[in-house]
Design a protein around this ligand. Structure first.
Ligand code: ITT
Length: 199
């Protein structure tokens, strides 16, 4: 069986990625299996840069193929913000609630047709002699107030296209069918199925 290390400690991402890739013959490890792995750099200007830095750092440390996910919510009215700063929008150690609150405050009074937003995930796979990057986008719009308790991050305030429910009101099966993360992983599937076995 081939081993793959997810370059993240975010338990929600880990759960989603493991479920989506559940049918592949992969032993999926995470940074929780490598407690001494150094902090991952996240100071890039783009999701692509951060995703690559995380995957490279973890591959170097573990000597195993590593898959990183850098993702964010891009709001058109805010010219793509919070984007690459999604995790830290309301400050360095901001909670999901604080980030949601800041975003909704900045969008107060903005009409529904101008509340377009998209989630974007950039996945990077780095192994011995191979590297692959894929992107997944889920379009939608911002809700007026938070709704639902599933998922994490901005899920309670994001209405995916074609739904009247927020990401946080969808079951995990529903979210994993349409999400930015699922789409990026779908494109990575072929390469992941060929990850070489590790001794
Ligand atoms: P790692 O870097 O360890 O993977 P992180 O939480 O710091 O974990 P990111 O730097 O990629 O991850 O930041 C992504 C932020 O974007 C995340 O903290 C959420 O606020 C938001 N986000 C990404 N995907 C999301 C999703 O599926 N649902 C809700 N919010 C999401």
């Amino acid at each position: 069986m081939s081993k793959l290390v997810l370059a993240t400690r975010n338990k929600h991402k880990i759960e989603e990625i493991k479920t989506i890739l559940g049918d592949l013959r992969l032993e999926i490890l995470t940074l929780n299996d490598f407690p001494y792995c150094p902090e991952l750099p996240e100071d890039g200007q783009t999701l692509e840069e951060n995703s690559l830095m995380k995957a490279v750092t973890v591959h170097r440390f573990t000597a195993l193929p590593s898959l990183a996910d850098d993702s964010g919510l891009e709001v058109f009215y805010l010219r793509g913000r919070p984007g690459v700063r999604s995790a830290r929008y309301a400050g360095e150690n901001a909670t999901d609630e604080e980030n949601n609150e800041k975003l909704l405050k900045g969008m107060r009074g903005v009409a529904p047709r101008r509340r377009s937003a998209q989630f974007r995930a950039v996945m990077t796979l780095v192994g011995e002699g191979f590297q692959e990057t894929t992107e997944g986008v889920c379009r939608g719009r911002l809700a007026e107030s938070p709704r639902g308790s599933n998922g994490f991050g901005y899920d309670p305030i994001f209405l995916p296209e074609g739904f009247v429910r927020t990401y946080a009101e969808l079951s995990s099966e529903e979210k994993n069918k349409i999400s930015h993360r699922a789409k990026a992983l779908e494109k990575m599937r072929e390469v992941l199925s060929k990850v070489p076995r590790t001794r």
